[in-house]
Ligand binder design. Structure first.
Ligand code: ZN
Length: 347
């Protein structure tokens, strides 16, 4: 075993909490190949699949390049069986990386488009498949229903209403993702405020491809308790102060930020500066398949490339659990179990 492998083993052995992993960005290449080969669909040639659905070293580190992968992936959602299988495999892959608690984000609109399914039916398929896979893999899974900034607010309103009706099926939150570089969130604010008023948790992608004011807007106008990414918050000390005061948690995804050009290199990532500024940060994956990563690998980057001490990483895993959207008693049980396992993990 090389030194590098032995180090990855250490990170793999840690129990993990992933609060920011998108179903549509987590599909196995081997399964996509199988679907492309076995069906009479006009799907991309299997030889060119990796470059179409995964970020390649030669790709430009841009938002359009990153988002283009999702457009190709939408072509694969052809049947209920495919959507169910993809959901089950995402949960299985998270469990294999020792994720003990997963909040899986999914975008119903993306899943309906190719075959004209209804939003309600794809949501039911994902809920049922995630629940079964969670039991089979002994991992706790909850769901966050996501809408895109670059799509119609009317669709987001419909999706949020359907999410509210499905809280008993494992949906714990609603989120806003998509193209922050070119689309604002103003039109979505009433939708997320209404969801929040009805007891739904809100997490908003902001301060990723847009500036710190988008983080302020997400917290004050959209009632976000968590921010997806938020790494540009440091540009505005007043927004940093607001996030600290509100106890906002930040779902930081290192490799994703490098691949979309938020940072030029991982070495330039402001993860440690965010921590020093007193922000409640923790580490997550975003789109493991598109990015070609695992959460273990992201933990290793934080420690070995950005200098996060292992003890701090362990604290951050507990912070992620505190920021999760489980009911209070379930959250307490998760924290107790994590503390016990993290204490056992050397060094
Ligand atoms: Zn994301």
């Amino acid at each position: 075993m090389t030194r590098l492998d032995s180090h990855l083993d250490l990170y793999q052995s840690l129990p993990k909490v992933d609060l920011h992993r998108h179903l549509e960005g987590s599909l196995r290449l081997s399964t996509l190949r199988e679907i492309a080969r076995s069906r009479e669909y006009p799907l991309p040639d299997t030889g060119s699949l990796p470059s179409l659905v995964q970020v390649q070293p030669q790709d430009p580190p841009t938002v359009p390049n990153f988002l283009s992968k999702f457009q190709i992936l939408r072509q694969f959602y052809r049947s209920p069986q495919i959507i169910q299988r993809l959901t089950e495999e995402v949960v299985e892959d998270a469990a294999a990386d020792n994720v003990v608690y997963l909040e899986l984000h999914f975008t119903p609109v993306a899943l309906t488009r190719q075959s004209g399914f209804s939003l309600a039916e794809v949501m039911d398929w994902v809920c049922a498949s995630a629940r079964e896979a969670a039991t089979r893999n002994q991992v706790t899974v909850r769901l966050i229903v996501s809408a895109n900034r670059h799509e119609e607010p009317m669709l987001a309103a419909e999706v949020v209403d359907l999410a509210l009706e499905r809280r008993r099926q494992g949906i714990v939150g609603v989120g806003l993702a998509g193209n922050e570089a070119d689309f604002g969130a103003e039109a979505f604010a009433p939708i997320f405020r209404r969801a929040h008023a009805r007891g739904m948790q809100v997490t908003i992608h902001a301060g990723e491809w847009g500036g710190a004011d988008n983080v302020r807007q997400a917290i004050t106008d959209l009632k976000a308790s968590r921010i997806g990414h938020g790494v540009r918050i440091l540009e505005e000390p007043v927004v940093v102060a607001l996030a600290r005061e509100m106890g906002t948690a930040f779902e930081v995804c290192l490799t994703s930020n490098a691949q979309t050009g938020v940072v030029a290199r991982i070495e330039d990532h402001p993860l440690m500066a965010m921590l020093e500024a007193g922000l409640d940060i923790s580490l997550h994956t975003d789109d493991p398949a598109i990015s070609g990563i695992t959460l273990s690998g992201e933990y290793r980057l934080a420690c070995e490339t950005l200098g996060m001490p292992l003890a701090t990483l362990k604290e951050r895993i507990l912070c992620a659990a505190r920021a999760c959207y489980l009911e209070a008693s379930e959250k307490d049980a998760l924290l107790t179990s994590l503390r016990a396992t993290l204490d056992e993990t050397s060094p």
